[in-house]
Design a protein around this ligand. Structure first.
Ligand code: KG4
Ligand code: ZN
Length: 365
């Protein structure tokens, strides 16, 4: 059984082949350079890039899979990210996937991009369920109860800016290029945390939701008072251009990073009070963050849980996770028709599989 995954929900164009739960091949093209100067993804440019890249990437995927690897005609399932994401970019990937499925007479399955992030680590390690899932991506900061890989229940969600988004917006304020999370992470590693510098937002409540907009405002007010921290021209400080403010910049990044990581810690530990789990999965682009990873490991030690952190290439958007979950859904009897719809960010992904086994407990509730 060979599953081809297609990912185009934001600014990575990616295709991957998964066979029996193992990643065979993956090719990914990132559009970071195109969007860097704009400080965020420009949807129109992103759609055009996916449209331009999907065909050559698919060709490369099968060329690189070599004589012994699966051929296009061996693919029996096409899995495609159907949302949440940018509507235009999703439609490009889905049109491509539907055409392939039709041409190959393969089955089609639309994959919830967030669910795929949460299960991606299964490509690398056998996961012990039930698990608490913490998803920290560019658009979402969500907590899930994962009864199994396919039975996932939402416990808490982003109310405004997601963790990744606030990393990117802080980076933009500092004149670091998009996506700035990685640059803040690097700077923070050389800095000293001042735990009192920034607030840990939206903790004074009993719920499991997240709101990072207050932290963004606090950073903005701080930088108004310390304009010298903003880089004069957009770029990545390389250490060669050390100046009197560079240590201060690192300290601010470390303190900001702490405010995010510790907010995630508090809500995760709050969730652990009511959920009986064996493990903690941290997933999504910002799960690549050093301080968030260290914090997750510490939570695991304290609560006696297995902690699953995908390798860095599986944290950011990729088609391997789409193919992996797509294959599991296909094996469980779930598929979609050609009326499969793209779901933009902000809308709930419906359980609209054309399967006999629709019991409402499968996929994200
Ligand atoms: O999951 P992802 O690739 O795309 C979405 O589904 O949104 O996440 C992208 C986000 C961006 O906001 C990016 O800045 C953030 O992940 N990110 C990081 C790091 N690497 C990527 N944030 C903090 N530290 C990092 N090392
Ligand atoms: Zn993502």
């Amino acid at each position: 059984m060979v599953c081809l995954g297609i990912e185009s929900s934001c600014d990575e164009t990616s295709a991957a082949l998964v066979e029996s739960g193992c990643l065979m091949r993956q090719v990914t093209a990132t559009q970071e350079d195109i969007h860097a100067l704009f400080g965020g993804v420009v949807p129109e440019l992103a759609s055009r890039e996916h449209y331009r890249l999907l065909r050559p990437l698919l060709r490369r995927l099968f060329e690189s899979s070599g004589q012994a690897g699966p051929r296009l005609q061996d693919v029996d399932t096409i899995a495609v990210a159907r949302g949440p994401g940018l509507l235009g970019t999703l439609l490009v990937g889905m049109g491509f996937a539907k055409g392939l499925a039709l041409g190959l007479d393969a089955s089609l399955v639309g994959v919830n991009h967030l669910h795929a992030h949460l299960t991606a680590v299964g490509l690398e390690q056998k996961v012990q369920y039930p698990a608490l899932g913490l998803l920290v991506s560019g658009g979402h900061t969500h907590l899930y109860m994962m009864h199994s890989a396919l039975e996932v229940e939402l416990l808490g969600r982003t109310l405004d800016d997601a963790a990744g988004e606030v990393f990117d917006k802080t980076a933009k304020m500092l004149n670091l290029p998009y996506p700035g999370g990685r640059h803040i992470d690097t700077l923070a590693r050389g800095g000293e945390v001042n735990t009192a510098l920034f607030p840990r937002p939206y903790l004074d409540n009993q719920n499991l939701d997240f709101s990072f907009s207050g932290l963004k405002t606090a950073v903005s007010l701080y930088l108004e008072k310390h304009p010298n921290l903003r880089l004069r021209t957009m770029g990545i400080p390389d250490g060669a251009a050390e100046d009197e403010h560079s240590q201060e910049l690192r300290d601010v990044c470390a303190s900001f990073n702490f405010a995010v990581a510790d907010t995630l810690r508090v809500k995760t530990e709050r969730a652990l009070k009511s959920q009986r789990v064996k493990s903690l999965i941290v997933a999504g682009g910002a799960a690549a963050n050093t301080m968030i990873r260290v914090t997750a490991e510490a939570i695991g030690r304290k609560h006696g849980l297995f902690v699953y952190l995908p390798s860095l290439s599986l944290c950011t958007d990729n088609a391997a996770m789409i193919a992996y979950l797509g294959e599991m859904l296909h094996i469980a009897g779930f598929s979609h028709g050609y009326d499969l719809d793209a779901i933009p960010r902000g809308r709930k992904i419906p359980n609209d599989y054309k399967a006999s086994r629709l019991d409402n407990t499968t996929a994200i509730r």
